[in-house]
Design a protein around this ligand. Structure first.
Ligand code: 5AD
Ligand code: SF4
Length: 436
């Protein structure tokens, strides 16, 4: 048995990265006897799992590791993983010579080799680790992230991800089902399926696997596992929201009624320049159909403002979609030009101040929408799966349609689904009382 060592890990970016960090923790735990610490000074190894989707998280990487390098104890190693590792590769060693290894977003299974070698680099986006994709460690006892695909084949003109995570490969369904079964048997009643483009599942499998199975079929199979009570997923693509998918989503009672529909822009002209593959009308048709099929559905979205060439009229189209759909949650970003992407070369980039002003207007509109939505929850009773005890002392969980609900209550409610009456609805969280 190797001597016990301490690992500090910081995760930036999306749910995919959170899951990759769980893999890293699992591998280092089982093969190298690392245990987690929250204290930088006592860590033998500091890992930062990075995001490169916008410029900001990339600069954050360098400020964070600079800080860690000053704080770390003698002999401790620093490693960089994830999307910025894929994108910058060995340049990271040049900019930060104290870094011991660089491992890309598609190469996390090499982590054990990396810690045993100096200046180890593995950032190959062709590397197929889809069969490996499951680590034993999970951050939560109550819900389990399960990868269903890796990479992305879409070439949205703003997006760096196809360059950092490589081409899209679906993981064979039997591996996914085994993983979901195992997690559910261990107490995770909620299974959260992960992929860049989940509803394109089944287009191409790893190895030579041929399977006639799409995302709707996969959802139905997972729902057959008796211990699984709730299924969530991210991210689906609006382009692949065909009727079969919407009907499966609506009719399977274990599939939670919250849908992430990344709009990006409400202007068909801008959507074309982004190469999103759908129009404003298609998006509205799908979102409003969902609302019609499932009155309680919640819809969240991602929006980019000030994409190159976005006029005031284009931006108004985005606000128009927001008014029509009334998203329960909006993640809005100012466009950030990324290396290796088509849009970075467009000659009609928008001034940063215009982008900030648009972002502010968008957020004001969304605040009004959220106030209206919050009020509609008052006095309603929702079944909530309690999965977290917060530092504030509140127990927290999600309603079926993904509203964050918090109550004061006993810890033994963790892992249980209870009815909660909403007494104090706020924009970002609903506070309530247990109904017995
Ligand atoms: N600039 C700003 N936002 C971006 N996103 C992706 N690429 C960029 C970019 N270059 C946003 C998209 C995506 C979310 C994860 O990040 O809205 O859905
Ligand atoms: Fe996730 Fe994209 Fe950031 Fe990579 S670049 S961590 S895929 S959000």
């Amino acid at each position: 048995m190797k001597e016990e060592k301490k690992l500090f890990i910081e995760t930036l970016g999306c749910a995919m990265n959170v899951r990759d960090s769980e893999h890293i923790i699992a591998e280092l735990g089982s093969l190298e006897n690392y245990v987690l610490t929250q204290n930088i000074q006592e860590a033998d190894l500091i890992v930062i799992n990075t995001c490169s989707v916008r410029e900001k998280p990339v600069s954050k990487l360098f400020s964070e590791i600079g800080k860690y390098n000053l704080q770390k104890k003698d002999g401790a190693k620093i490693g960089v993983c994830g999307c910025t590792a894929s994108h910058l590769g060995k340049e990271i060693f040049k900019r930060a010579p104290y870094v011991s290894f660089v491992i890309g977003a598609r190469n996390v299974s090499k982590i054990s080799t990396a810690v045993n070698n100096e200046k180890f680099l593995s950032v190959d986006t062709d590397y197929d680790e889809s069969a490996y994709a499951f680590g034993e460690y999970r951050n939560s006892l109550y819900k389990a992230y399960v990868n269903i695909s890796i990479g992305c084949d879409k070439k949205c003109t703003y997006c760096i991800v196809p360059h950092t995570r490589g081409e899209e490969i679906s993981i064979p369904a039997d591996l996914i089902l085994n993983e979901a079964r195992k997690a559910a048997k261990n107490g995770a009643k909620e299974i959260f399926l992960l992929g860049q483009n989940v509803n394109n599942y089944g287009k191409r499998f790893s190895g030579n696997v041929r399977l006639d199975m799409d995302f709707s079929d996969l959802l139905n199979c997972i729902a057959e596992i008796p211990e699984v009570e709730r299924i969530r997923f991210t991210s689906p693509h609006p382009l692949h929201m065909d009727d079969k998918f919407l009907e499966t989503f609506a009719s399977n009672p274990k599939v939670c009624k919250s849908m992430h529909m990344p709009l990006q822009s409400g202007s068909t002209r801008i959507l074309e320049r982004m190469k999103r593959g759908y129009s404003k009308e298609w998006f509205l048709n799908r979102a409003l159909k969902l609302r019609e099929m499932i009155p309680d559905v919640s819809i969240s979205t991602d929006i980019i403002v000030a994409f190159p060439g976005e006029s005031d009229e284009d931006f108004e189209e985005t606000l128009d979609v927001m008014r029509q759909v009334k998203f329960e949650q909006v993640f809005a970003f100012k466009y950030s030009a990324r290396p290796l992407t088509k849009a970075a070369e467009f000659t009609d980039q928008i001034d940063s101040e215009i982008g900030s002003a648009r972002l502010e207007r968008l957020q004001l509109l969304q605040d009004d929408i959220l106030d209206e939505i919050a009020l509609s929850h008052l006095d309603k009773i929702y079944p909530v799966y309690i999965d977290e005890l917060r530092n504030s002392g509140y127990l927290a969980g999600r309603s079926d349609n993904n509203a964050l609900v918090q109550i004061k209550g006993d810890e033994n409610l963790l892992g249980r689904t209870v009815n909660i009456k909403i007494t104090n609805p706020k924009r970002l969280s609903l506070y309530g009382e247990l109904v017995l």
